[in-house]
Design a binder for this molecule. Structure first.
Ligand code: ZN
Length: 262
């Protein structure tokens, strides 16, 4: 990917939104309007040791995320085959199975995390979705939570997700929302920038436009704030309270959507 060219739309004009550190900044594409990290991050997390321990150490929080995702999916689809792209240590697969989805399959590129999911009895693929060539129309429900912002070729990724989704299947997609109060308040310290590995940064408008462009139709698009657990730290608790108030006022810093094929 050429750093000065938007890999989503090919446009070469962009404007800087925020300086992060050194040569790294967040820029907004003059063509499609999607923000991205400039220069493009080249980050290999397949062998990151700490990736799986981060999930295991924060199991209560990530299980809460998984349950809230299932609560969002179930009004639209409550059984059938399930695929979680970026399944990590398998918390969402556990919840999907408990909710009645069978089989619950995952894709995980981090070797250690994928192995942990597999040891629980889930089917886990270790290759990128775009390269797996899974059977067309195989899944009733597909999820990718905080995954799309890591994908270099978003169009190819979404096209492949659409191809393997059943015609009446549902897609859950969640990601950070940079057009949010917490990002304005915390600036470059906002968690959602996901340095050093987030390539793309979406807001509600570019999120919906990107998914529509890939042939999906939104059934619901919601802003919330889940990534702020209460703890013994006054600073964290202040942030947690502000994040919840901002979300209640419609300026939450996470976006998720439920989509069907258009
Ligand atoms: Zn663009």
């Amino acid at each position: 990917m050429r750093d000065d060219t938007c890999a989503l739309c090919g446009n070469i004009s962009f404007s800087k939104i925020l300086a992060i550190s050194g040569p790294i900044s967040i820029v907004k594409c003059g063509g499609c309007g999607v923000a991205r990290t400039h220069p493009y991050p080249r980050f290999d997390f397949a062998s990151q040791e700490k990736y799986s321990s981060f999930y295991l150490d924060n199991e209560a929080m990530f299980r809460m995320f998984a349950r809230s995702m299932m609560a969002a999916i179930r009004p639209f689809k409550s059984s059938g085959s399930f695929l979680d792209v970026g399944c990590s240590v398998g918390f969402l697969l556990d919840e999907a199975k408990a909710a009645g989805f069978e089989p619950a399959c995952g894709i995980e590129l981090n070797v250690k995390a994928g192995l942990i999911s597999q040891q629980k009895g889930h089917t886990v693929y270790a290759e990128p979705l775009e390269e797996l060539r899974l059977e067309a129309g195989r899944f009733d429900a597909i999820s990718f939570n905080h995954v799309l912002e890591h994908i270099p070729d978003v169009k190819r990724f979404l096209a492949e997700a659409r191809r393997i989704l059943k015609d009446d299947g549902v897609l859950y997609c969640g990601l950070p929302n940079y057009d949010s109060f917490m990002r304005r308040w915390l600036g470059k310290d906002w968690y959602g920038w996901g340095m050093p590995d987030h390539i793309w940064h979406f807001d509600a408008a570019t999120f919906e436009r990107t998914l529509r462009g890939a042939g999906f139709s939104p059934k619901a698009i919601v802003k919330n704030a889940l990534y702020y657990p209460y703890s013994k730290s006054l600073r964290k608790n202040t942030r947690a309270t502000v994040a919840r108030i901002a979300a209640a006022l419609g300026a939450g810093d996470q976006l998720y959507g439920i989509f069907t094929k258009a």
